[in-house]
Design a protein. Structure first.
Length: 180
């Protein structure tokens, strides 16, 4: 019994420690286009914060909070965020896939009857268009087929319903982008 309780206690402490706010190795691309290496502060419980600001500590230990209008991009742990326009305002978009076809995710705050929640939107872009197109989740496969002209068979590997299957979408687009 003691061993079971001890194991449960250690597991709980480990879980709580892993779910805490922490600094991880990362980078920021400033307005001039220079890449600064250092650490990014993350809060696993509030992923939506990654879309609004980045708290960055450079290699000298200087800490600064950046909003999307002050940096071009930032990243950590294979996650990359890029500043792009959303309804006339700069926002961070999570780059899920980048290449000939790119897929981005943007999260925003929604207030409904005094309750605040967060919702996300996906955008797809072909390198020749230079224009982001909102993903129509129920018609995503058709959007992929249109963008993958000449190799639309890759889009047939996408399986999703009315809600976008993010993992499968990333896999299909990566396969298409790496086909050569």
């Amino acid at each position: 019994m003691k061993n079971t309780l001890l194991a449960l206690f250690v597991s709980l402490i480990t879980f709580c420690a892993n779910a805490q706010i922490a600094f991880v190795k990362g980078y920021v691309v400033n307005e001039k286009g220079d890449t600064l290496k250092g650490e990014v502060k993350i809060n696993p419980k509030k992923e939506q914060d990654n879309y609004n600001k980045v708290f960055f500590k450079d290699e000298s230990g200087t800490q600064k909070n950046y909003k999307p209008n002050k940096v071009k991009a930032y990243g950590f742990d294979k996650q990359n965020y890029i500043t792009m326009d959303y309804e006339g305002e700069p926002k961070f978009y999570k780059a899920l896939v980048r290449g000939e076809i790119s897929l981005y995710k943007m999260m925003f705050e929604v207030t409904n009857m005094n309750a605040t929640s967060f919702d996300g939107e996906y955008y797809i872009m072909h390198k020749d268009d230079k224009k982001m197109t909102p993903v129509k989740e129920g018609k995503f496969k058709k959007q992929l087929q249109d963008m993958m002209s000449g190799a639309a068979g890759y889009a047939n590997d996408y399986e999703g319903d009315k809600k976008l299957n993010e993992e499968k979408a990333v896999e299909v687009i990566n396969n298409y982008n790496n086909r050569k």
